[in-house]
Design a protein around this ligand. Structure first.
Ligand code: F3S
Length: 395
């Protein structure tokens, strides 16, 4: 891969040990994937934030980087942490876990990374523009930014994203290039799509079938951005879909030629079968919504559902700190708390240690959550739409 004179100097250690190490990592990646050179990135989003995911080795690595003076060059956000960073005691997070999680957050902060821990950075102050090159890690955020916004990112690993943040560049390959953004399979949807859970189920079903192809959807109707984030998140989880197009909806769809592509049809029957597959539990110990992190609209929907009711099981809706503050101001948090629920910020059902907190059956409305909870958190899953889940825990 071609490096500029300036990049060669960084590699030779002119800016210190950490930038040299980070550029070496990026240039190796570029060589492996056949990049022609580096491109500047507008922003970065780093995954591998929860102590549950990275443990002691990851924590020590980050502390070492911070101690050696590593500093990010571009706007950099974090993926969800393993707990609500302010109210962890109140929600029952273990204190030894909290101590380690706070060490991780401090190391990131010292590097100049914004301590906004969310998988929806685009709802919390880190919004890329159409065709902007970025280096993001979290698979649902990668899908949303590539597909719905039309920005350009590969699915970065935690270390390669951190390296891109410190260097301000990423190797030019994969989804940064026009030729790798064309659809490779057509998905014809005739199922009725009402709830976010329907979009999660559709995404789960399609991801399983298409693996890492680029789907082009027809028949999606007129989904809102919450439904599109649910669709992309589930496809990225059950498959490895990092980009999709949707006819008349996503910004690059009208540029694509779909003639001759294999077609997958998804009707009511396929959607119902997916609901059956994802439901492995019966009565939930806890209901957790907000995967990907909830928008204000989703929080207000939950507030309407629970207003004046009394919840018999814990109900969390996970979101970013920014959305939580808006929810507080709008009175949604109070309505949810009066019913017995919580608006939980900075974390989610998958990266928090819910299995250590006494829960074994979790109810969700997300295809991505339903995909990961059994393996990652040892949970049985109840999968349904918000209305039905709240009915189950209020009757
Ligand atoms: Fe986000 Fe956690 Fe879901 S990181 S996409 S809420 S599994």
């Amino acid at each position: 891969m071609h490096l500029t004179k300036e990049e060669e100097k960084i590699l030779d250690g002119e800016q210190g040990e950490v930038p040299a190490r980070m550029l070496r990592l990026l240039s190796r990646l570029g060589d492996i994937y056949g990049a022609d050179g580096m491109i500047p990135v507008g922003s970065v989003q780093v995954a591998g934030v929860s102590y549950k995911s990275i443990g002691d080795p990851g924590t020590e690595f980050l502390e070492d980087m911070a101690k050696k003076g590593a500093k990010v060059q571009v706007l950099t956000y974090l993926n969800p942490a393993g707990m609500d960073l302010e109210n962890w005691k109140e929600y029952g997070f273990p204190s030894d876990f909290a101590e380690n999680q706070l060490r991780i957050m401090n190391a990131f902060k010292e590097m100049g990374i914004v301590i906004t821990a969310t998988c929806t950075p685009y709802l919390a102050g880190n919004l890329p523009r159409f065709r902007e090159h970025i280096a993001w890690s979290e698979s649902s955020a990668v899908s949303f930014s590539n597909s719905v916004i039309g920005a350009r990112t590969n699915r970065e690993g935690g270390p390669s994203a951190l390296a891109a943040a410190i260097i301000g560049r990423t190797p030019n390959y994969g989804l940064h290039l026009d030729e790798n953004r064309v659809p490779t399979v057509l998905v014809d949807v005739s199922a009725e799509m009402d709830y976010m859970a329907d979009f999660g189920a559709l995404g789960y079903h399609v991801g399983k079938q298409v693996k890492n192809k680029i789907p082009y959807f027809k028949g999606l109707g007129s989904p809102n951005t919450d439904q599109l984030k649910a669709l992309g998140a589930a496809m990225a989880a059950s498959g490895a879909v990092a980009l999709y197009h949707a006819e008349g909806i996503t910004p690059e769809a009208h540029m694509q030629d779909t003639s001759g592509l294999d077609t997958i049809s998804v009707g009511t029957e396929e959607l119902k079968a997916t609901y059956d597959t994802l439901n492995t539990g019966d009565m939930p110990d806890i209901v957790i919504l907000g995967c990907p992190h909830a928008s204000l609209r989703e929080i207000s929907t939950l507030a309407n559902e629970v207003k004046g009711k009394s919840l018999k099981k814990p109900v969390w809706i996970c979101t970013s700190r920014v959305m939580k503050e808006a929810s507080d101001r709008m009175g949604f948090t109070e309505i949810i708390e009066d019913a017995g629920g919580h608006v939980v910020a900075d974390t989610c059902m998958v990266v928090s240690p819910i299995e250590q907190m006494g829960y074994s059956t979790t109810a969700v409305n997300t295809g991505k959550g339903a995909n990961y909870l059994p393996g990652f958190c040892k949970q049985s899953v109840v999968f349904n739409n918000v209305h039905e889940l709240i009915r189950r825990v209020t009757e």
